[in-house]
Design a binder for this molecule. Sequence first.
Ligand SMILES: Nc1ncnc2c1ncn2[C@@H]1O[C@H](COP(=O)(O)OP(=O)(O)OP(=O)(O)O)[C@@H](O)[C@H]1O
Ligand SMILES: [Mg+2]
Length: 124
Amino acid sequence: MITVDNLQKSYRAGSGLRDHTQKHVLTDVSFHLNDGECLGIIGESGSGKSTLSRILLGLETFDGGNIWIDGMPHKKWIKQNKGKFSVVFQDYRTSVNPKWTVQQIIEEPLNILRSEKKIMPSMK
Ligand SMILES: Nc1ncnc2c1ncn2[C@@H]1O[C@H](COP(=O)(O)OP(=O)(O)OP(=O)(O)O)[C@@H](O)[C@H]1O
Ligand SMILES: [Mg+2]
């Protein structure tokens, strides 16, 4: 279950040192997703789809609002559930090695997770 509540994200748009102009990319984004539901996010180029995804993955900070996953603050959930969240980035060529077979591509993260669990058995 994922709940996103009034999420806000701005990037610095000014070019000079004293230019603190902000570009508001996400303004009051809210949604609730139950287990087993699938959400498609549609919008024109530059509307913030990737920014929202990066925030959900914990790769980007946000300026305001809240995110909960399974009732837990999302930062804490991500820490405790390493390996349960994954992404295929827009440019798949930078995500996977095009010279590898599909089997090698799927095996790589599974092997990494397996070896991490051997080092840290407390991982789920
Ligand atoms: N790290 C950053 N620094 C400054 N501005 C950024 C940064 N990342 C994204 N932006 C700006 O935020 C806005 C939203 O970008 P984002 O990549 O989230 O859009 P998008 O909806 O995924 O677009 P597309 O459909 O082209 O993939 C754009 O104006 C972009 O230039
Ligand atoms: Mg994008």
